[in-house]
Write a protein that binds this ligand. Structure first.
Ligand code: G1P
Length: 290
């Protein structure tokens, strides 16, 4: 089985980024000059995914507009001879097949995935969260898909986080899978946002998953957990009772772009890497007397 489809949950209220997200989806916050969701979209396309279902909610129209054709803008750019910009704008709308489903109430990540059930059908699929921006040579999802080819089972992306931050994440208990180096774990349990003292490890769940379709009937039965929401982590916990689940420590740097400080770090580092902006920005940073 191959992974062809991905779900992008994008119905969250973005409370961590208020007031910027009061009238604007957090997925549209620009990292340098591209909205966050486009980075994740490019990762999915780079991994070979051809169909993306974005789970949206109220106030998220800007996401649909961004991936849609914009005739007026294209005509204007054409008239003004702005060929590079025109090419970039067309590239965005041609990237991949995108469809939208609506999560009417913000009942949690697990519920958002369930809303996409009919778009996915009976095949393994990817879940990609827009808050997690991963900078890597090989797209993180591609790394996971390569592993999926061998394991044919659900895989959760993970990385180590400091004890002081662990309670903000889903946390994994597992052991290294023999014969797969030191990046692959067989998962024994997962727990959503445990207090630091109760966390089973320092391995946090990061927002990239490959899930088998057996997760859907489980999510239908999953009760609300942490924060009163239907948690994907709780669904995966039940999935573990039926079939093996693995965790993969990806290669790359992950930024928590849903958090103000994480977003600022990503902005600085992505700008420094840009060919057009890197050098003047470096000079500017050096000139600051910090
Ligand atoms: C979600 C998941 C959590 C995971 C995190 C990664 O939480 O529920 O398990 O560790 O994404 O970014 P959220 O950040 O949406 O509260």
């Amino acid at each position: 089985m191959q992974i062809r489809k991905a779900v992008f949950p994008a119905a969250g209220l973005g409370t961590r980024f208020l007031p910027a997200t009061k009238a604007q989806p957090k997925e549209m916050l620009p990292l340098v000059d591209k909205p966050l969701i486009q980075y994740v979209m490019e990762e999915a396309v780079g991994a070979g995914i051809s169909n993306i279902t974005i789970v949206t909610g109220r106030g998220k129209n800007a996401i649909e507009d961004h991936f849609d054709v914009s005739y007026e803008l294209e005509q204007l750019l054409e008239r003004r001879g702005k060929d590079d910009l025109l090419k970039e704008i067309r590239r965005i709308s041609n990237m991949v097949n995108v469809s939208y489903v609506r999560q009417k109430e913000a009942l949690g990540l697990g519920h958002a995935i369930l809303v996409a059930k009919h778009s996915i059908g009976n095949e393994p699929f990817a879940v990609m969260l827009g808050d997690d921006i991963i900078d890597s040579e090989i797209p993180c999802m591609k790394q996971m898909m390569d592993l999926f080819e061998k394991l044919q089972a659900s895989i959760i992306a993970t990385c180590e986080v400091p004890a002081s931050e662990i309670s903000q994440y889903g946390v994994i208990r597992g052991y290294p899978l023999e014969g797969f180096g030191n990046r692959v774990y067989r998962v024994q349990d997962v727990v959503e946002k445990p207090p630091a003292a109760e966390a089973p490890s320092n391995l946090a769940i990061i927002g990239r998953y490959i899930l088998t379709p057996e997760i859907f009937p489980i999510l239908e039965k999953t009760r609300s957990g942490s924060g009163g929401e239907i948690q994907l982590t709780d669904g995966i916990r039940l999935l573990l009772e039926q079939q093996p689940v693995y965790a993969y420590m990806f290669e790359g740097t992950r930024y928590d772009a849903g958090d103000k400080l994480g977003f600022l770090k990503a902005t600085v580092e992505f700008t420094l890497k840009r060919q057009d902006l890197g050098e003047p920005f470096r000079q500017y940073l050096k000139s600051l007397s910090l």
